[in-house]
Ligand binder design. Structure first.
Ligand SMILES: NC(=O)C[C@H](N)C(=O)O
Length: 322
């Protein structure tokens, strides 16, 4: 029998709806604590509540605490897999942090719910069962952290929340899911590429995230620089371009040794130094801006926070993102 550790951190999957006011909030009793009864005789479950937080309250230090907790528990007992329940708003950031931080070949699966436990069509218990199925599956080993929701298996690196309310909210716009779950089975249809892990001890660097827009000037970039950040992520336009009015502020930022990482505000595609006009990708690359491919702004921010715990050297940082 497979032995699975479940770690609850909060989110809608752990919440109940007040039938009179319609308000959704945490409840005194974890609504999914009967899961081990449901699975009796099929999977051995150990259930821990680490946090009871809505995911907008989750910070990088919670993510590190969770990562350490997984390592500690796995060092004490030989679990076959780990399932983490989490609020969906920042689930992709926690999943990606764990993907960078954890050093294990065992399946680690993050799941959540869009509907609270007592709503009609509640998806929490179903998603939790699917996540347990994936975590118990030998084929899920060595794939980094996975996100299982709504019968789909996604990588932590690619998945993102795309709808505020639809149960099919989690999508991987670049490559699609890597597998599916059915009532009885788990099927993987993609193989994984190389996967790095970063054994950091702290996560305390200040990294800001700015989204570019038509007519943007350098004021926001200067304001961020003056607030003494350790790094800056910019969700640039299209293939990785910015309005020319931002260039001087960016030059000042780079000159102060603050690493600037560029991603695209587009839903799909990668950033490249294609365009040679003022503010185009070629000028940005020549200024020393780091191009990060395949990451959303919030995930590039998590990665820069992790990377800065390991090095401040621009070449090494660039290498980590390439
Ligand atoms: N569906 C959810 O879990 C959303 C909730 N606001 C959270 O992230 O905690």
């Amino acid at each position: 029998m497979k032995r699975i550790l479940i770690i609850h951190t909060g989110g809608t999957i752990s919440m109940k709806e007040d039938k009179e006011t319609g308000e959704v909030n945490t409840s005194s009793r974890h609504p999914l604590e009967e899961i081990s009864t449901v699975l009796q005789g099929r999977v051995e479950i150990e259930d821990d509540i680490l946090f009871y937080l809505p995911s907008p309250h989750i910070r990088p230090d919670h993510m590190l605490k969770l990562g350490r907790y997984v390592h500690e528990k796995m060092a004490k007992r030989n679990y076959d897999g780990v399932v983490i329940t989490h609020g969906t708003d920042t689930l992709e950031e926690t999943a990606y942090f764990l993907d960078l931080f954890l050093q294990t070949r065992k399946p680690v699966v993050v799941t959540g719910a869009m509907r609270s436990s007592n709503e009609i069509g509640a998806d929490g218990l179903y998603n939790l069962l699917s996540a347990i199925k994936v975590a118990s599956c030998d084929e899920a080993q060595d794939k980094g952290v996975l996100v299982v929701m709504n019968d789909e298996i996604h990588t932590a690196k690619n998945v993102t929340k795309t709808s505020t309310s639809n149960v099919a909210t989690f999508q991987s716009p670049q490559y699609g899911p890597i597998g599916i779950t059915t009532k009885s089975d788990v099927f993987f249809h993609h193989k994984m590429t190389r996967h790095d892990s970063y054994p950091i001890q702290n996560i305390g660097k200040r990294v800001s995230l700015i989204k570019a827009y038509a007519g943007m000037d350098g004021d926001l970039i200067d304001a961020v620089r003056e607030s003494r950040v350790d790094g800056l992520i910019i969700e640039a336009l299209g293939q990785g371009n910015l309005p020319p009015e931002t260039m001087e502020a960016l030059e000042r930022t780079i000159k102060e040794g603050i690493p600037v990482v560029l991603v695209s505000r587009c839903y799909q595609g990668i950033v490249q130094d294609t365009y040679g006009y003022p503010g185009g990708g070629r000028q940005l690359r020549n200024m020393g801006i780091i191009f990060a491919n395949g990451l959303t702004g919030p995930k590039a921010r998590i990665k820069l926070m992790v990377a800065l715990e390991m090095t401040a050297n621009m070449t090494e940082l660039e290498h980590m993102f390439s």
